[in-house]
Each structure stands twice: as C-alpha cells, then as structure tokens.
Design a protein around this ligand. Structure first.
Ligand code: CO
Length: 208
C-alpha cells in the first residue's frame, strides 16, 4: 500500500486547522496542559482522540496491547509518572474494548512467543475473578466480562503506584474504567466503585 495519501491528508488537515485558527500550531508549540491521561488498546479500530472528540493538547495518550498496566513495564510506568507528577493530570482513564484480540488470546491455550508474558497479565485477571467468570456459560458474555474486569484490574494497578497515591492525597484526582463498544461506537463508563476497592486493597498496597 502506498502511503502517499497520508501526507496529502496531513496537508489538508494543516490547511483546515489554519483556516479556523491561524495560530493553531504556534499555540501547540507553547506546551501542553492535558487534564486526562488515557490508557487504551493499540487496536486500530479503537482510536483515542477521535472517539472522545478531543483536540490536540487535551489528552495524554498511552496505548498498548489490551490496555495493560503491568507494574514492571517501564513504558506505562513512565507515562503514569510523567502525566501525574509532572503534567498534573486530574484523571486517568483506562479504556478497554469489547472484542479485544489480546483478551481473546489470553482466553485460549496457545504459545504466543514473546506475547506470552504480556498475555499472562490478563490470565492473572481471569484467575483473580475465576469464580465470577466460571458462572458465565455463554462464551461471548464471558469474553465481554473479562474485558471489563481487565479494565478494573488495570485501574487497580494504577492505584498501586506512588504517583497516584500521592495525587489522591494532594488534589482532586480520579481513576476511571471505561469500555468502548465496537458494535455501537458507544463509550461506556463502567462506574467502578473505586472507594470500596481502595478500602479493600490499600491495607496491602498503601506505600505513602
Ligand atoms: Co484490544
């Protein structure tokens, strides 16, 4: 596939931006002050800014396979540190999506090579919630529920970090668990009850 159209699209985009705001790029070059850190899946169908309708400068974005927050992953940990402690965002969103191939792969027995340790983090989510998931007989419903529980557990992983624990004490700060429904295009707030999860886990994970 020839990628020339990407560069012509880029020029069209520049022209459009400058038509409505001649200072658009000059303002962008002044710096960023995003309020939100968005952690989503790398899936090409699940964009960040487009589905939220946000503009450049509004959202700090990190994407990886199945929107994971493993505590030994230097990349996502650095993103959280920079967003929370330097950019001072007030919200972190973990956004999963139904029909996530990463979650699907973790539900199957297959040797995926270098992906094995990554997917094992999702298998751990399955193990933690095995009692609930085993009660779901319909495979599609189980798949969807694991997507939701994976979002919840990645939010819990975020709360375990010192940056986020400090932010919770210092300012108005919230972690959100969302799911994007590819079938309808709808963004769903899972309305995870973090207060009760926090009370339950902080006894173990509190570090400050
Ligand atoms: Co995915």
């Amino acid at each position: 596939m020839d990628l020339a159209h990407i560069f012509s699209n880029n020029q069209k985009w520049i022209d459009e931006k400058l038509k409505t705001d001649a200072d658009f790029f000059r303002n962008l070059s002044q710096g960023q002050r995003p309020q939100v850190l968005y952690i989503g899946c790398s899936d090409s169908r699940v964009t960040a800014e487009e589905l939220m309708g946000t503009k450049p400068g509004e959202v700090f974005v990190h994407r990886n396979i199945a929107n994971m927050v493993p505590n030994t992953d230097l990349s996502v940990m650095s993103v959280i540190n920079y967003a929370v402690s330097h950019l001072k965002v007030n919200h972190i969103v973990v956004c999963g999506h139904y029909y996530c191939n990463g979650v699907k792969a973790a539900m199957q027995s297959a040797d995926m090579g270098i992906l094995n340790p990554w997917l094992r983090n999702i298998r751990d989510v399955y193990r933690i919630h095995k009692a609930e998931l085993d009660l779901i007989t319909e495979e599609d419903a189980k798949y969807k529920r694991l997507v939701e529980l994976n979002v919840q557990e990645q939010c819990v992983n975020i709360i375990k970090t010192s940056d986020v624990q400090k932010a919770y004490q210092d300012r108005d700060f919230t972690v959100h668990g969302w799911v994007f429904d590819i079938h309808t295009g709808k963004l769903i707030d899972l309305k995870i009850d973090f207060d009760s999860i926090l009370r339950e886990i902080m006894e173990i994970y509190r570090i400050i």
